[in-house]
Design a protein around this ligand. Structure first.
Ligand code: FAD
Length: 489
């Protein structure tokens, strides 16, 4: 039972610097924190779309939002527009807000479903403020978190911003390549890392933020990996940044292609683009051509291929090592959840900080919670591929007809049969399940009888009232472009 007084963070990408910022802010006065990174190796260079939990993370750290947005050239994000996912030329927007008005016995979708039957309901998304604001290109901060939002940010600038932030709380940075990791023979705990320069750095606890290399958690501790590529078969991505050709929209675009999908992430000064694809159906050269044929502005760099294997590290916390970021596992960026999982691991670690020494009960609880988080997000991502009407390529046929995890199969069946959706404990997504299931074309066969308690006119009035309230709020918002210019000036 060694007290944890010295921590080494290995790696200085988004994960490393987010860990350094949070640990520094909370514990910088009590413990010694050192971050080791290698400029020569660099970072993965992608990861620019986030979800609303980042606003919460920044509040915990007391990060000034205007300053952060200015320095990272960030824009606001209200959701993700999915194009060609259900079928070619179809689109819907998965927004961060809540759709309509639930009643305690039944969710809004039941009332909407009856409204559709009576011919008095609009599109499901018409009843969500964030979705309507996104489509109208509007944004403003509203009182009481009245508009849910996240950010698109420049990942390189974000790491630099957090580096400066962390230094204020005493975090030390060491430049150099880690060459070896030494473990204690008796218990397998990590005792030190040695750099190419010969410098040996000892600590009581190590945070592995070395990206896909997973130098500590896997190469040194052989923790193991659960492969999920049979459910999420995309294994490659090509990324390229381009010049902006128009004002940034407040949403990410996700455009499905024949064997994968493309992202467009608008920042203040450029656009992040990429194609996620399955190498079984598309080779790298064809993928590169497909991406370059479907971008708007001039490329600012050579396109880069990135390989990955979808899955999770079997233990996020093993002995005296915690994996954060890509070293802990990978889910493709379809719902921008990786940075959220980074935050989750950091916050959970701070709540379970092993001050008096590493205890197996802490490790077990940490890993149980982390597995719960990622497995629910995994199911949500698989839903987009599986609940599709696309039958135009081998890739889509295979996704549509594949066996999915039992947890997801049950959720889809329950929705199709009854329109019911239940949030499982503290899982990340809530209203999102309805939005994406309906967006992908699933329509419940029945609705809750409480929706029948409203007559046609009453239901029409109820739906119109929600719409009118949204119209009223939309009229108070600014254009996203104007708001950014003012907020970040
Ligand atoms: P990296 O950025 O790879 O950093 C690893 C660090 O370790 C670097 O500093 C490197 O120099 C250092 N390092 C490695 N080896 C050594 C060594 N031997 N010695 C010293 N230092 C070393 N997430 C989202 O939330 N939203 C998105 O939109 C999104 N899009 C993505 C798109 C793609 C194609 C991919 C692959 C990922 C995406 N992600 C996204 C995930 C996101 O990019 C990562 O979660 C995030 O960037 C964190 O990466 P990291 O810090 O773990 O790894």
């Amino acid at each position: 039972m060694k007290k944890v007084e010295k921590i080494i963070i290995a790696g200085g990408g988004t994960a490393g610097w987010m860990a350094a910022a949070a640990l520094g802010k909370v514990l910088g006065k009590a413990i010694e924190i050192t971050l080791v990174e290698s400029e020569e190796i660099g970072t993965v260079g992608v990861g620019e779309a986030t979800i609303p939990s980042m606003v919460f993370f920044h509040k915990l750290l007391e990060i000034n939002e205007r300053e952060f947005m200015r320095e990272t050239r960030a824009t606001f994000k209200l959701g993700i527009q999915f194009e060609n996912w259900r079928k070619p030329n179809h689109r819907y927007l998965h927004a961060f807000g809540v759709t309509g008005k639930d009643c305690w016995a039944a969710g809004f979708q039941h009332f909407w479903r009856r409204g559709c039957e009576l011919g008095v309901a609009g599109d499901f998304g018409d009843y969500c403020l964030e979705r309507r604001a996104a489509e109208a290109n509007l944004f403003s901060h509203l009182p009481n978190s009245g508009l849910n939002y996240a950010f698109h940010l420049d990942a390189g600038l974000y790491a630099k911003y957090l580096h400066k932030f962390s230094e204020r709380f005493g975090v030390k940075r060491v430049e150099g390549k880690i060459q070896s990791v030494s473990t204690v023979e008796s218990n397998g705990f990590i005792e030190a890392i040695t750099l190419e320069s010969g410098l040996r750095l000892e600590a009581d606890f190590f945070i592995d933020c070395t990206g896909f290399r997973a130098l500590l958690i896997e190469q040194a501790l052989h923790t193991g990996y659960e492969d999920w590529s049979h459910w999420l078969p995309c294994d490659s991505a090509i990324a390229v940044q381009t010049e902006s050709t128009s004002a940034p929209v407040p949403y990410t675009r996700s455009i499905a292609h024949e064997s994968g999908w493309q992202w467009k992430i608008p920042l203040q000064h450029r656009v992040g683009n990429g194609l996620v694809y399955c190498s079984k159906y598309l080779d790298d050269d064809s993928a590169k051509k497909l991406l370059l044929d479907n971008i708007d502005g001039q490329p600012l760099m050579q396109p880069r291929v990135i390989r990955f294997k979808t899955g999770r590290r079997l233990q996020q916390w093993n002995k005296n090592c915690l994996a954060v970021g890509l070293s802990s596992g990978f889910l493709e960026p379809l719902e921008s959840t990786s940075i959220h999982l980074i935050q989750q691991n950091i916050i959970r670690f701070l709540r379970m900080f092993p001050a008096g020494g590493v205890m197996q009960s802490d490790i077990d609880e940490f890993n149980r919670q982390a597995e719960f988080d990622i497995a629910h997000i995994r199911d949500f991502i698989i839903l987009h591929y599986h609940a599709t009407e696309r039958d135009d390529t081998e890739f889509w046929n295979s996704c549509r007809t594949m066996e999915v995890p039992e947890s997801l199969r049950h959720r889809i069946q329950l929705f199709k049969d009854t329109g019911r959706v239940f949030r499982d404990g503290n899982e990340l997504f809530d209203d999102s399940w309805q939005q994406v299931m309906i967006g992908q074309g699933l329509m419940p066969a029945h609705y809750h009888p409480i929706a029948d308690s409203m007559g046609k006119e009453e239901l029409q009035h109820f739906l119109a009232q929600i719409n009118n309230n949204i119209d009223y709020t939309l009229a108070t918002l600014s254009s996203h472009e104007d708001y950014l210019a003012h907020y970040c000036s």
